[in-house]
Design a protein around this ligand. Structure first.
Ligand code: SF4
Length: 438
């Protein structure tokens, strides 16, 4: 981390200004001239910035810029912040909206994809625009929060949809909003009786930790149970500034989780993740997810194989505390939700015996009890509620309420329909003439 006073752009900036998040936000680096004063730009970076054809604008907080190595083009901080011309390449498998969020938006700004929870998109503004952003189709489009009137339509939908017990506020980055607007939003959600949990997804503690102020934290703590998921991708993002921000949030009793994105050339190494997760745990942040990089347009250069994510989990599980092992997920293209993937520890399954392997490669057998059937606990009321809101999917097979799940397009069914149609035609053609005497 560089001392900002050594960078010519900020040599006259006072510590008060530097520690003021409004100053950080309004002094973001947004053009090639300012950026060239901080790092030595490569031809690829210059090209991307000169031809102005980027789908996602550039904006880097002065704080995050001090974490960049000025001369190393492979610096993991720089790669997350500085665009390159590779973003202009669209791979065949790329999508505009890979998670079909727009398709599952009953009202603008609210995504209802899972049975009991939804995503509230309150702003398109972020303090920094991450080059791998999955929501690049709208992040930074107008670079401002939505109006209360725009957000109200989503709140009304949540209010009239009682299955929604868990709301994730995200964007953009909701912590770029002013305290009063956030407070209004949290109050509006807390007034809805069926909203049990509110979550905020934010990258602010990593890219603009100055935003975590005493007044913000004392406002947030009124709205428990409130969870915050932060977004750190590399141990270099853990600094005295981000540590202070995380500790302030944790001290306010806010449970913290971390969501990382697996990024080629940035963190695609088990040792990097291990170091990051150890540092996060020290800061009372539980590693929650590692995401396989989505199929968003223009970010194929950041994607790794899926096997890399499984390898990272293999490396962590058993080799360090389970608290440091997140779930590796692929967010299914087309809106199918998160699919967890992990190394295979179940080698064989027989009658009452399962063969398992551990992290060392030791193969062992576990013997199941003679009678392993589950007993009803007599919680009739819960059973009734569960069956009324059955989750569907494979759980219906386990419940015994369905015999099979079939894809919508099934070749053998198509054939059967065709045969039936043919039979119908034949029987019409071969039917005997009606008896005139009957
Ligand atoms: S903070 Fe999140 S939404 Fe904003 S650019 Fe980064 S990844 Fe995208």
């Amino acid at each position: 981390m560089r001392d900002y006073r050594e960078i010519s752009l900020w040599k006259n900036v006072t510590p008060e200004e530097w520690n003021d998040w409004h100053w950080q936000l309004s002094n973001r680096i947004t053009d090639i001239e300012a950026l060239s004063e901080i790092i030595t730009l490569t031809p690829e970076e210059k090209k991307a910035l000169n031809d102005d054809l980027l789908e996602l604008r550039m904006a880097i907080t002065p704080y995050y810029a001090t974490l960049m190595d000025p001369n190393d083009v492979n610096c993991p901080i720089r790669m997350q912040a500085v665009p390159t011309s590779k973003e202009r390449y669209t791979a065949e498998e790329d999508f505009y909206d890979p998670l079909a969020e727009d398709r599952y938006a009953p009202v603008p700004g609210f995504v209802h994809r899972y049975p009991d929870r939804g995503i509230l998109l309150v702003t398109d503004q972020c303090s920094m625009y991450c080059r791998f952003c999955t929501r690049r189709r709208f992040a930074g489009e107008v670079d401002r929060p939505k109006s209360r009137e725009e957000i109200q339509a989503a709140i009304d939908y949540i209010e009239r949809t009682p299955v929604l017990r868990d709301i994730l506020i995200t964007g953009g980055d909701p912590l770029t909003m002013e305290d009063e607007n956030l407070e209004w939003l949290l109050m509006s959600l807390r007034r809805i009786p069926h909203v049990e949990i509110i979550r905020i997804g934010t990258r602010v503690p990593a890219v603009m930790p100055q935003r975590i102020t005493r007044s913000l934290v004392s406002m947030l703590r009124q709205f428990h149970p409130l969870w915050i998921n932060v977004h750190f991708n590399h141990p270099k993002e853990i600094t005295p500034y981000s540590t202070r921000a995380l500790n302030m949030l944790a001290d306010a009793g806010i449970p913290l989780g971390n969501q990382s994105v697996l990024l080629r050339g940035i963190n695609d190494c088990p040792y990097i993740f291990k170091e990051l997760f150890h540092k996060l745990l020290v800061n009372r942040v539980r590693p929650y997810y590692i995401y396989q990089c989505d199929l968003s347009r223009g970010i194929s250069h950041f994607r790794t194989s899926v096997g890399k994510g499984i390898e990272i989990i293999e490396f962590l599980r058993g080799h360090t505390t389970g608290m440091a092992v997140p779930t590796f997920v692929v967010d299914a293209p087309g809106g199918g939700g998160k699919i967890p993937l992990m190394p295979n520890y179940l080698l064989a399954q027989g009658e009452r015996r399962v063969v398992l392997r551990n992290f060392e490669g030791t193969i062992t057998v576990y013997t199941e009890p003679e009678d392993a059937s589950s007993h009803c606990h007599g919680c009739k009321e819960i059973c009734m509620r569960q069956s009324m809101s059955s989750g569907g999917g494979v759980s219906e097979l386990l419940e015994g309420s369905r015999l099979q799940l079939e894809p919508q397009v099934l070749k053998r069914e198509e054939r059967r329909h065709q045969w039936m149609e043919e039979k119908k035609d034949q029987s019409l053609n071969t039917s005997k003439p009606e008896c005139p005497f009957l």
